[in-house]
Design a protein around this ligand. Structure first.
Ligand SMILES: [Zn+2]
Ligand SMILES: [Zn+2]
Length: 271
């Protein structure tokens, strides 16, 4: 089975632990065929600092050179690609455009980590189920604006807040938001934007991929074809983890291919 990990963070993300080379070697050792580095474009948000300026990313000078150096060292042991995880482009479209043109990216994930004007869901605390439902509604709505802004290839970890709600032992049912989930997936299909199956939830109390199987199946049934798998790893222990399970879910949902990217163009690999 072709195994592709299209969501990984290296030392160029402030919340990650290992070099690109260490991540690539670990992924190769776990049988991953293709690894894409998707370092955060906006570490200031990860640090709960909302002063979202391009300088932060520009400070990562050397990131592309490091990627090329890593490709040289790794050779043909594993296919490497250069990507980025960009937070909600709709919240700062000018900056998003600047960032997406900084380097010759192969792949860009568009992720909603926070609602406009508020902190990353990671930093919030969750008490009431009703409050969680209202946050989910607004979270799903934010995607429509992000998709309309564009500039990315797949939507990252749809249902991300549920990972953090589960840490507070609050488990909401996405079926209560099904109209909005369907609206956002239909909009993505219409705009030619894909989704990712993020395996980080399997390593968390949530216990499922993000999004879960029902959403993957709905995306398939709506005619979606562009779908990537990613570990969202920030260290060598997590890289490649859950990719086999996620690829299995793709098959079960009816997909015959997993998507990889080269210079922002999708390629479909049989699974
Ligand atoms: Zn993310
Ligand atoms: Zn990530």
């Amino acid at each position: 089975m072709f195994l592709s990990d299209y969501h990984s963070h290296s030392l160029f993300s402030s919340d990650a632990k290992h070099t690109m080379e260490a991540m690539a070697l670990a992924a190769h050792a776990k049988g991953i065929n293709s690894l894409c580095f998707t370092d955060h474009a906006d570490d200031c948000m990860q640090e709960a600092d909302l002063s979202f300026t391009p300088d932060k990313y520009l400070e990562k000078a050397g990131i592309y050179e490091e990627y090329l150096k890593t490709c040289d060292i790794i050779g043909d042991r594993i296919t490497l690609r250069f990507g980025m995880e960009l937070s909600a482009a709709n919240q700062n479209p000018q900056l998003a455009e600047k960032l997406t043109n900084l380097y010759p990216f192969d792949f860009i994930i568009g992720s909603v980590h926070n609602l406009t004007g508020t902190n990353d869901f990671y930093f919030l605390s969750y008490k009431e189920e009703s409050e969680c439902h209202s946050l989910m509604d607004r979270y799903l709505d934010e995607h429509i604006a992000m998709i309309d802004t564009g500039g990315f290839d797949v939507i990252g970890h749809i249902s991300y807040p549920m990972k953090y709600m589960a840490r507070y032992n609050i488990r909401i049912d996405l079926k209560d938001h099904w109209d909005k989930v369907e609206a956002l997936l239909s909009h993505a299909v219409h705009k030619g934007i894909g989704i990712e199956v993020n395996t980080s939830g399997l390593r968390d109390p949530l216990g499922t991929t993000i999004p879960n199987f029902d959403v993957i199946k709905l995306y398939h049934d709506l005619g979606g074809e562009i779908i990537t798998t990613g570990s969202d790893s920030h260290n060598t222990d997590d890289v490649g983890e859950g990719i086999r399970e996620a690829t299995g879910l793709l098959k079960e949902a009816g997909f015959k291919y997993v998507t990889v990217f080269n210079q922002r163009k999708p390629e479909f690999i049989k699974i």
